[in-house]
Design a binder for this molecule. Sequence first.
Ligand SMILES: Cc1ncc(C[n+]2csc(CCOP(=O)(O)OP(=O)(O)O)c2C)c(N)n1
Ligand SMILES: [Mg+2]
Length: 372
Amino acid sequence: MTTTTRPRLDAGPASPEGDESALAPELLVRLYDRMLLARCLEERLIRMNKQGDGFFWVGGPGEEALNASLGLLVHKGQGPEFDYLHLHYRSTATLLAMGADPIDTLRQMKNTATDPYSGGRNFCNHYSVRRWNVVPVSSPIEVQFSMAPGTALANKRAGGRGITIVQGGDAGTAEGDFSTCLIWSSLPKRELPCLMIVANNQWGISTPAADAHAEKHIADRAGVFGIKSAVVDGNDAETCYRELKKAMDYVRAERRPFLLEAMVSRLYGHTSASGANFVPEEVDCFVPFEKKLEERRIMTRAEMDELRARYTQQLLDASKKVREEPQPKGDDIHRHVFAERDLVREPSRAAGVSSPSLPPSAPSRSSKNGVH
Ligand SMILES: Cc1ncc(C[n+]2csc(CCOP(=O)(O)OP(=O)(O)O)c2C)c(N)n1
Ligand SMILES: [Mg+2]
């Protein structure tokens, strides 16, 4: 799905007077477009779950400003020259901003065999895209922070400009995995190009952050490791893009870690297990962003409403299509448990890498249903 929305020809100045940091109108429209597609997708997923078209919903309404910005900034590709992404179950907008087709998220929700992320095996928003270095999203929280130093080391050894980006929630930072990432990415003279992002919605299921944190900001923990950090308003799209870009430029250039804490909202509660109903008390990142787009004469209210209606309809149509697609067969239950091909040692990938002590690779068999 793509949009034809463009900034109006009579759009206001790129930098409103006195605001040097304002982003270009074209970029703001692109960012808004991806955020809106993500929000409409989440709303469709929630409806599917409530209608019985999917067992469980978890997702990121309230994190779109942060996550769509991230997706637009990724150096996308496969292998250590490109960015590695260790995301969490609220990263919908990141994937859409990177170019994922939203119908595939509906497929995962409906657990169809056509789901390219898990072949119908995993919960929705559990992405895995090898060709973009998106490692599988994990339901056990925070484990991605233990894996991130590994790919960051690969980035560093490859010598390009690829970095590792790892993201999780606030409560998860109580796990040892978070400390692992702080420690391993900041070893003296062996620092790693690793951007750690904490999406702080101030909840861990039903535990409020105030009951679980004595520190003022999670980002404050970076200082003792000599890691630079920032706390940003994750509900301000322009701030998110600008601060993420700054942090990513730093990690790319310096090959050192950075910790970014973004204060975000959790707009439909924890998951479908807590009802998945809209929480009006939380700030919705669309409200200030749409106001800004109108004030700068970049988009009109009518254009924004029209785009929302279009995406809502397209996703409804797509969900009906997905309903007709096949479920995995019982015989397939053991597929995708172990790799079917030796991706590390097969000749095309192993070119230039000598590993004489390793056994020869298993014969190549290609995946039948195209799971990444
Ligand atoms: C290792 C592990 N422990 C506990 C859980 C149960 N659990 C699921 S989500 C969650 C809270 C996560 O909160 P946070 O890290 O703030 O992320 P959020 O869901 O708020 O985005 C917990 C404890 C889990 N999935 N994995
Ligand atoms: Mg949280």
